[in-house]
Ligand binder design. Sequence first.
Ligand code: SAM
Ligand code: SF4
Length: 334
Amino acid sequence: MDNALIDPFQRAISYLRVSVTDRCDFRCVYCMSENMTFLPKKDLLSLEELDRMCSAFVRMGVQKLRITGGEPLVRRDILTFFRAMSRHLESGALSELTLTTNGSQLEKYAVDLYAAGVRRINVSLDTLDEAKFARITRWGRLPQVLRGIDAAQAAGLRVKLNAVALKGFNEDELFSLAEWCAARDCDLTWIEVMPMGDLGNEDRLDQYWSLKDLRARLRERYTVTDLAERSGGPARYVRLEETGQKIGFITPLTHNFCESCNRVRLTCTGGLYMCLGQEDMADLRAPLRASPDDALLDDAIRAAIARKPKGHDFDYSRQRPDGQMSRHMSHTGG
Ligand code: SAM
Ligand code: SF4
């Protein structure tokens, strides 16, 4: 494709993550404070604007679209947007339309998501203990999420669980989460907690449970084989030989994936972050709103990609979380 998006380090940008809202029905302690002030509605891209924006990226070679948030399924009429994006699946321009969700609305939407062409989803779930779940999500209720996962699987969606590794919180669920996922044929990926948002009372360094330690603990019970397989993203995988189960690890705090980074992130206000760990953001909403024609928008996208940095600066190896970002994960969409 001659209009493909190639960054200064010769990486082709083929993956766009789109946050469709900053709102959420949960208040996970590592993600939001309890009293969040959300953005005024007029700042958010409308569903039509989101369509124009995503379609421009698809035209320029984005093949994989992941919808996230905040909680994407709490955005009003979000199914209209999924249905609109399915035309890019039908044309073959898009190879995958996926979503990352807390699972609370899946019971309601799973069948419709499948009908819109979604085949795989990521559900964030850090614990299988009802009381702990309520504590970590503040407003979430575990049974509702479990019913959502049931509904998703019944609808034919492949489910991957994402669990944030939290010291002193879910360390004791390392094996039970793996076994639960194996029994339900779900994939499982552990994510290292990142220094996002405002620290408030929740000190990320206290919460930090290194995935290196987590892997070592898995080795106490299983024969763990490192897999070469990469998804183009930051996840690394291992196989537990005794069960054949695959487990992923996302360690954003090491530089192990920047060199192959093929992704950019669009916020719900039309800001494009070229790197999760850098402050540089390109405003795409202004060129989008300036003209009904996409020429200005296309130019702005190309100019932004030309600024994609080589990598991020997160670093926990010193005593404070260096490279700390002031923005919330719910704004950039994880
Ligand atoms: N609400 C949806 C959900 O929870 O899946 C989508 C948005 S959420 C911001 C996306 C992912 O970011 C979730 O898997 C969540 O656990 C993760 N996340 C949020 N804050 C994080 C942090 N400080 N460090 C690591 N992961 C974080
Ligand atoms: Fe909401 Fe997801 Fe953030 Fe939890 S991690 S508060 S579910 S956006």
